[in-house]
Design a protein around this ligand. Sequence first.
Ligand code: DP6
Length: 364
Amino acid sequence: MKSSLYNNPQLVIESGQTPQGMITWQSPSNLALIKYWGKYGQQMPRNPSISLTLEQAYTQMTLEWGPKDGTDKTIELELFFQQMRHEGFEEELKLRMQKLLEMFPFLHQMRLIVDTFNSFPHSAGIASSASSMSALALCLCSLEDELFGTLSDDVEFERKASYAARLLSGSACRSIYGSAALWGETPGVPDSSDLYAIPMESKIHNVFKSFHNAILIVSQEEKSVSSSAGHQLMQDHPFADARYQQAKQRLHQIMGALESGEIDRVGDIIEQEALTLHALMMQSNPSYILMEPATLTLIRKIRQYRKDTGIPAYFSLDAGPNIHLLYPDDKHEQVTDFIVTELVPHCQDGVYISDKVGEGPVQM
Ligand code: DP6
């Protein structure tokens, strides 16, 4: 399949006919169980990844459009973040949206206003690119459909949104689907692709559809390495090839366990993946240690708790110090007690976010 799959020069507005309107989407963040780490070309992943879609950590984005004064080919956009104009994010967004001009050539014919709001504190150290960039991709597909009536088929709509989200931020392509999503070509999964994610809801056991994910905030500081710079570190990484092989093997194993409902098997794999991601960063040049002392304290406590109680609570990490604690719904009460008494004292300002697997984006 070509990487220019959705380029469409016909999506242009006849001069003088730019309408006005607005659309709002709410789109969640997601947690990768098998991590995407390493990319090439136009946001192509070096290995497939699979994630659970979250519920409480989301972006709500309104896109407003109207006629533009000039006829130049720049993107005219104003961005409001949590109700305040944010020129820094505005420039970054325009840069990212440049990658979408061949898919949505009408974008440089209009004036755009993006009003975006995150349900979680910006400083909470949660990657907001998955939720915000998936929300933007959904808004743009809605805009296309409104202007040209080209995306009335839901499957096609979601696929194109996922494709656009990937170009904006890789992990965002997985947020388009509820429960779980797979991104990357995978043997034995016919529809899988490096170009977009596909829904996995029907391929995971019910126990995972109500899984909890408590996000324990160890540090609210900005990440010292952006994920784009992080992916770059895999370029000349001594373990790169072995890592991509390992990710594929682990994906195969975890898909089996997700389908049959083997919580402990899934839990073992996600902990290995989290630690592998950090091991890769420690081994790269320059090297990064993104865990904090409290991250290790929490990991030890979680493992000890599991040993003592037999309750299947497992941790994951993204490219930062915060812990994601995953556990099944029927243990919510006990695990919440454990979080509050044992884990929260190690969180910065006692902050944690109680989240769970959700049903995916909604148009408002
Ligand atoms: C560690 O999707 O943020 O969260 O494509 O450069 O925007 P870009 O990177 P991004 O990388 C996410 C990395 C990760 C693992 C994952 O979500 O799979």
